[in-house]
Design a protein around this ligand. Structure first.
Ligand code: PXP
Length: 249
């Protein structure tokens, strides 16, 4: 039996698809990577179907839904097209993220507070078919309160600013970001929201986040796929798991 505060690792396989798409064709296959991650102890697989299909393709989502025994966390923008795809597949979880075509990656959290009504209507049918809806937001009290009001069950806190401050040596700022993540994970938990976190996490940055007791899931992709070039996907995941467990003790 898993303890109540077991920290799950969701492995994001988007960037296996990035490498595949650089040449077209079918190799390397993100569905196979997801199966390897599953064997390596991932607790879930995350895939972001972007509007421009720059990495994950519709066929990958079909393949993941058929191949996995662990939950799929389907990341998507709040658009009608994506909602229809999610309603067709009914993945275990749907994570709503902001998306701009010109950005390299998901740069900020969702502005839930400004679009409360629209988002409440958007997520209701997803919840009705049994998807656990998560909202990707910054560690900001207003956004958390709004996510709670619209009926989300889960929030995922954006760790990108914390990770960037660390990798660029801005340690005071990193520590402030970490403090905000600590306070806001506790605040969200007090509202009854399940708290996840992710974006930009590495072996160097994962432990302070893994140590936050209210955080129950980390979603990690780019670093793990990069690290798998040097040590292979299975050992790369095993080392992340070891660091998470060590921090959680
Ligand atoms: N969580 C969310 C909501 C994301 O959008 C992403 C990036 O797709 C991640 C986690 C994983 O971020 P990274 O690839 O930087 O580990």
């Amino acid at each position: 039996m898993m303890s109540d505060n077991f920290l799950r690792l969701g492995v994001n396989i988007d960037h296996v698809a990035t490498i595949r798409n650089a040449r077209g064709g079918a190799y390397p296959d993100p569905v196979l990577a997801a199966k390897v991650a599953q064997e390596a102890g991932a607790d879930g697989i995350t895939a972001h179907l972007r509007e421009d299909r720059r990495h994950i393709l519709d066929a990958d989502i079909d393949g993941l839904m058929g191949a996995l025994t662990i939950p799929l966390n389907f990341e998507m923008a709040a658009t009608d097209e994506m909602q229809a795809i999610a309603l067709r597949h009914k993945p275990h979880a749907v994570c709503i993220v902001p998306e701009k075509r010109e950005e390299r990656t998901t740069e900020g959290g969702l502005e839930v507070a400004r679009e409360e009504n629209k988002l409440a209507h958007f997520i209701a049918p997803l919840r009705d078919v049994g998807c656990r809806v998560s909202i990707f937001i910054a560690a900001d009290r207003r956004q958390i309160e709004a996510a709670h009001r619209i009926g989300a069950e889960v929030i995922e806190l954006h760790t990108g600013a914390y990770c960037d401050a660390h990798s660029e040596g801005r340690f005071d700022e990193r520590d402030r970001e970490l403090e905000a993540l600590r306070e806001m994970s506790s605040f969200a938990h007090s509202l009854g929201l399940e708290v996840h976190a992710g974006h930009g996490l590495t072996y160097e940055t994962v432990q302070p986040i893994a140590a936050l007791p209210e955080v129950l899931e980390l979603n990690i992709g780019h670093f793990l796929i990069g690290e798998s070039i040097f040590r292979g996907l299975t050992p790369a995941i095993a080392e992340m798991r070891r660091l998470m467990d060590e921090a959680r003790k």
